[in-house]
Design a protein around this ligand. Sequence first.
Ligand SMILES: [Zn+2]
Length: 476
Amino acid sequence: MRIKIVGAAGGEVTGSAYYVQTKDANVLVDAGLFQGGKKSEAKNRLPSGVNLSKLDAVLLTHAHLDHTGRVPLLIKHGYTGLIYATAATIELTELILQDSARLQVHEAERANRTRNFSRQGPVEPLYSPEDVVPFSQMTQAVSFGEPVHVAEGISARWIEAGHILGSASIELTITEDRRSWTVLFSGDLGPIGRPINRDFERPNRADIVFLESTYGDRDHRSYSDTVAEFEELVKQAAEVRGKILVPTFAIGRAQLMLYHLAIMFHRGVVKPFHVYLDSPMAIEASKEMVTHPELFDEELLEWKSHGLLPLDKAWFHASVTARDSQSLNDVEGPCLILAGAGMCNGGRILHHLRHGLLRDNTHVLIVGYQARGSVGRRLVDGAKSVSIFGEKISVRAKVNTLGGFSAHADQSDLLKWFTPLAASRPQIILTHGEDVPRKKLSAAIQERFGLRSQLPSQGNIVEISAPLITPQAVAS
Ligand SMILES: [Zn+2]
């Protein structure tokens, strides 16, 4: 049995994909898109070494593009097998992939406008909306906690990961030549105790663990401090009648920010002002969310019981069309605009930043992870100017980072998730993190549990051959 790491390794946080191969079966866990700049995006190809004609199943941990964005590429190149995920993940993934395909076509068109065809030839989009059409027919919804036979000798179980709606860790039970292993892919893990999503569940045994390490080097500010800081920033912006721009991932963060704004307005912390959800995908995702109350945590259920759902139309506006979005340029503050992409590496937020960064009464609130190479990362790092659509834009706006709103577990939460697994002394492979967070998480695991971790590069293969349980135990 071998597992090839075909994304989110070697210091990369995006492009998650793992190719699990046994003598009898081949399974891909996640097929994410690389994001965050040209260098990363150049890796957006079919995962190397994956033979699509021999691929038995694709299993998805959650809907985010950096875990699902290469699925249409698999379909485009001939994959026709099943794609397994939780029902909420399937619904959200379809939205995300449609959006991604439109963006790919749009980006190719934009590149071709300035390209010298005679020398370079036209740019082809990575995939287009037609490649997403078969997706819904290929999916198989799974329930949390119930093992599913996905290929010969491989069963899979989805375990709540507390990251976004429908997100899961995936536990594979793999049998080959009468030997058996439990392989656990953490997927993206959410922070403990945040509103809206349930907290992660902690699996208690594994032979091999692939653990994400996005924030493996630090702890977030306490959530109550983050909410207090958010309220303070919103009040300040409201006083100077500024625009608050919040780059958000369409699923999870956008709804979390709306949740806190609704509570602030309800409690009278600040007089209600206009809030625009400027993302067709986030609008659709919000609609999907309310169809899954079984996945709500107690805070959201309470919020619902107080009549705060649906949101008050007096202040909440869904901005669907491009014209709706453009009209926001002329809207006076105070107002708040939530728009994608979450890392400011595309999408409508770039138009708002292009207008807003020049003004000193604009507040940019960074509430999610910003990958190296993205405009968002440059803003976080205090750049005096950024390049948007090839234009140099001076940054006069105030940029604030609210790390506590992250949808990722911090170091303490990652260690809490891992604690019940430590007794089985698994082989640990740290992925989905830049070098410093991975190394620091590795050191923390070593110190706390006396276990060494592997920090692989992309393309590394984890080879497993020694029997981990006896043949008799498998047979019984
Ligand atoms: Zn994610």
